[in-house]
Structures are given as C-alpha cells and as structure tokens.
Ligand binder design. Sequence first.
Ligand code: FE2
Length: 517
Amino acid sequence: MDARQIEELCHIVGDQLGHPAQIILRDDPESACAGYLNAPSFSQQCLQELAAVENRRWAIRPGNKGQCWVTLQLSERTGLGWQTHADEAEMSAKLAMVTVDHFLLERMQLGQTQEIDSLTEQVMDDFEELALLRSLAESLPLLQEDESPEQIAKRFIDPLALGLGAESLVAILAEGSSETNESKRPGIQKLVWNDAPFVDPAALESLLDQQAETAKRQPVVQNHLELPTQINGQLIREMILIECRSETHLHGWLCAFNRIENQAADQQWAQHGFTTVQASLMQTATNQLAAQLHNAKLFRQKENLFTDVVRALVNAVEARDPYTCGHSERVASFARCLTQLSGRSLSDCDRIFLTGLLHDVGKIAIPDGVLQKPGHLDERERAIIETHTDAGWRILHELDALKSVLPGVLYHHEHYNGKGYPDGLAGEEIPWEGRVLAVCDAFDAMTSDRPYRDGMPIKKACEILRGGSGTYWDPTLIDLFVDSIDQIDAIRIAHKPRAAAVREKPGTNAPSFAAAD
Ligand SMILES: [Fe+2]
C-alpha cells in the first residue's frame, strides 16, 4: 500500500468505527495519536510485538477511565490506532480488520480489472493488426513481371485503406532515381489514390514540404486537424504520413487521411482518429510495398540488361555482314506472327521472337571470306557456313536465360525430308522452333535485296515455299504462312532496320582524355 491508500484506509476505518483512527508509523514517533497519553509509544511497541507474532494482527493496551488503545497492523512498520471503550476494544479491532481486508480485496479486484482491461485493449489492437495483415496478405499476389510501380502501389493501398479505416489513402510515388543520401526532397511523379483524389496535388506538395523531414525518422501521426483539402471543401481531420524507402532508394510516401467514424458494430475496438496501432500497421504495409517496388526495379534492370545483351549479340552478327542488316529482326517478327497464327501461347510468341533474333549468332565464327562472299559457295565454303548452327549452340548453351532458344538456333537449317543440317532430322523430329524459323528464314532470304541481286517478288517466294512444302519445310506451317502472306508482308514492309549507333568524336567542348601535365 502506498501512503495515499493508507490515508484513504484510515478514513474508511474511522467511519466504520464511528470515531477517528490514526496512522501509526513504527519509525516515526510523531505519527501517533495526539490527545491520548502515551499512545504513540503504545502503538509503536504493539507494532514491534505484532511483527514478531504470526497470525495476530491487533493489540489492545488498557488506558485510563475504562478506555483502551487499539493498534491494528497493516504492515511490519505501519498500522492504524484508535481509542475506544475497553468493552468494545476487541469488537472494534475485528471490525477494523474486516474493513481493511475488504478495502485490500477491492483494490486488488480493481487492479485486476484494470489489468484485464489493458490486456483486452492489447488483444483488440493485436487482433486489428492481425486482421489487416491477413487481409493484406490475401490481397497481395507475388510480384508480376510486367507490373508498373503504379499497379503495385494500387494493389497495396486498396486493402490497406480498408484495414486502417481511412477515408482516403494515397501512394505518392517520387520522381527519378532518388537515392537515400540526397538531401533535396524529390518531386511527385505520380499519385495513386485508393478512390477519388482527396487532396489537391499542390496541398500534398505543401504537406511534404512540412513533414517529409520528420517522416524520414518516424511515421507522422496527426489528429485534431482542421485543414481544407482544396477538393470539394473537405477537411483533413486526421493524417498519417509514412516514408516508403528501401535500403538505397526513396520510392515515395504513403499518406492516410481521416479515420472513418461509426465503425461497424463488430469492430468495437475502433477508435476515432489514428493511433500508433494504425501507424504501426501502415508502416508494416509500407515496408512490404517498398520491398516489392525495389524488386520490380531490380527486375526491370535485369530485363533491360538481358535485352541489351541480346541486341549486342545481334549487332555483333550483323556487323560482320552489313548486307543482311535487319535480317534477324525480320525473321524474329515473321516467326512471332506465325507462332501466333498457330494458336500458341504469348510466352511461345516471345520465346520464338528471341530465338529469331539470335538464330544466326553462330555466324560470328564464320570467316569473312566465306560469310561475305557474294554469289554461290563451293562445297568447302558451304561446309564452313553450315557450322554456324553448332557455333550458335556453343555460344549460347551456357547461358541459362537463353536455354530455351537453343532448339531453334541449332535446327533452323534442318529440312523436312531429313536432308538438312546439322543432324539430318526429319519431319516432327525437328523441333517446332526449328521448323518455324526455317520457313521465315527462307522467306526473308528470298525477298531481301542483296548487293548482287534484288529481292524476289512475294508471289514468287510463296510459290517456292509451296513447291518445297514437305521437302524442305513443314507443310502445315507453309499453308499457314502462305495463307497469311498479306499479314506477313505487312510486317516486312513496316520493318525499319535500326540505325547503327554513331559515336561522337571529341570536339572542342568534349572532355579531354589527355594526361594532365
Ligand atoms: Fe542460319
């Protein structure tokens, strides 16, 4: 018991007994009864004696004129004392003891009730957090390969707004490559709202100007605001602002506005205004969003690197034989069209396009004299050029990301009758990719201009393809290709070879690479 409780108890006991009681402190001689001779020493002696005896809580000392002094022990060094008639002394001690026990029991129950209330509140908070995390987890599929940052943010903020009970939630995506060590706050690139815009973009800029620095350190939670939103005269009453960053990159901020009032009856824990519970939930969700945005960025970088490497390989081939410039891209486009016409999946279409780009990569290994020779090749030269399919396989086979293009690279010169190269496969033995590319490769070779001849007319090329159906090429694919020749030819006509990159030579304003004196 603390001093305040002892004092309160002293009053209660006094009321019960009908006459005043006093607090006795064993170590304080001044604490005892004024007006009753020797009472202090009586009480302090009694407390000492009671402390030494078990199961005895009060002591009675006779006084003058039939009066007694009763001391009731509260603790080893504290007690209550009062004066009473000798006949009533024991009864009053028992009454006071029951009063004290009742008081202590009440306080203990009150403490337990408060503890239960506190635990209940904590459980409700945890339950709310779990409910939101569950709802977030259920609504967050794995990162899709082609998702934009806006789409990723939208997937997060819809369930998050619901879970927070926020009237409005916005993902503010930051401009450019904002490294975390940049001191200047990046501008707003895009706003993604869970619903209709709630705050004017200029007001959001102003909000970031005021709070972005604080949000670097911790979530900003503000209640009891009365700020106009600049949209439909609405007011911002409450707000949470959280910075969305991964280790090296600031992606932007998440901002929730106004806790929805009158929550449903089954959400009795819901409170008006935002608390640390909502801030904590929002921080968790924001961390997940940052991780996905970061992964998406890495994924895009990887994809770009992959595309650049493929382009570099194609450039390397075409740099050897400039007259075939654009051949690989045209074959890739025809092959994608033919694959689509065959009813194949989108991923098959993408894969055959990539295979088309790389189908002649092995020509890097063919000597210039053979590769660039105009006109017909003799038997020895033909044997050399026929090694380009195996050379292509050797160049690419160790790259895991390009394993799927190997069948087309290796087998695009097989003939349907089994008399092609490198392995003399026939019919359906030839991988499907090889059969598709054989048709497209032949069509482009026939219809493209060369320094020593013009490309042949489309009609004649189709006749040759028809004539070689079943001998050189897959009959089903030839039928499909020739029947769709208008669509194929439109691709050929629309194709524009990419211009070769031209390096700028150092000029007067160019940086000097000369060694400093
Ligand atoms: Fe080839």
